[in-house]
Design a protein around this ligand. Sequence first.
Ligand code: PDD
Length: 290
Amino acid sequence: MLVYLNGDFLPLEQARVPVLDRGFLFGDGVYEVIPAYGGRPFRLTEHLRRLNHSLGAVRMEAPLENDQWRQIIQRLLDQRMGEDQQIYLQVTRGAYDKRLHAIPEEVHPTVFVMATPLTPRDPALVEQGIAVVTVEDIRWQRCDIKAITLLANILAQQSARDAGAHEAILVRDGLATEGSASNFFLVKKSVILTPPKSNHLLPGITRDLVLELAEKADLPWREREIPVAELREADEVWVTSSTKEVMPVSRLDGQAVANGKPGPMWKKMDALYAEYKAQLQQRLKDSGHE
Ligand code: PDD
């Protein structure tokens, strides 16, 4: 399997970065995870827009133009022609001869991209729904940046695993923000609700698509703050991400969500999502590009 590292395509085993890389020393970098269906990247424009937002927010110049990213990504995907895959893309601030917090005057970033097979969602979990737990959100104030510095997310995810759950929903000042690696939605009285974009959550590409699909299908939706207590009284809870798509939540902190089964609104949204994917793939096949 070839990966991309700083201008070269080389076997994964030969891809090396220096130990003084600021990504390794400080977690000084940003990333993206982009799904690809049938060998075509999904919502790539949106992912590249978010990447450029993250880079700007940490004061890094974009190392590549969008067209260059596209070419690299397609070349990696073509190794498994037509298969569902996921792209992992990371830009760190690079390696220098001294470990200093301050940003070097001249930056030469480390750019790494790889494509790996996409692990399909577990059909049993999609059918039953997943268990989630709530944990305190101990992260910083710039959660809108997709930074590789993920310790707080890792600890939150592990709390979920320790409790036999699949995901943790983070709570800051009594408000639910997002999952450890996902956004969340709830349904109350047939209205789809999710917190508004802010510095306390990552603007999920899947989240935006869910709202877009709700709008197109005339399903009522609103963005507003969600006190954690409301989650416990929700008719439905979902979590979304590029790899989970729209996952129903059937248990929250050990209690059933409503009747403990994925709800009717989730079924509609999951079907709309699948339909959107299928239509997009057909269009890409017909036109040859995004
Ligand atoms: N994470 N919030 C956080 C904290 C995330 O890490 C992610 C995704 C999301 C959902 O974003 P999107 O819909 O664009 O995937 C929200 C990726 C999948 C990861 O870190 O592996």
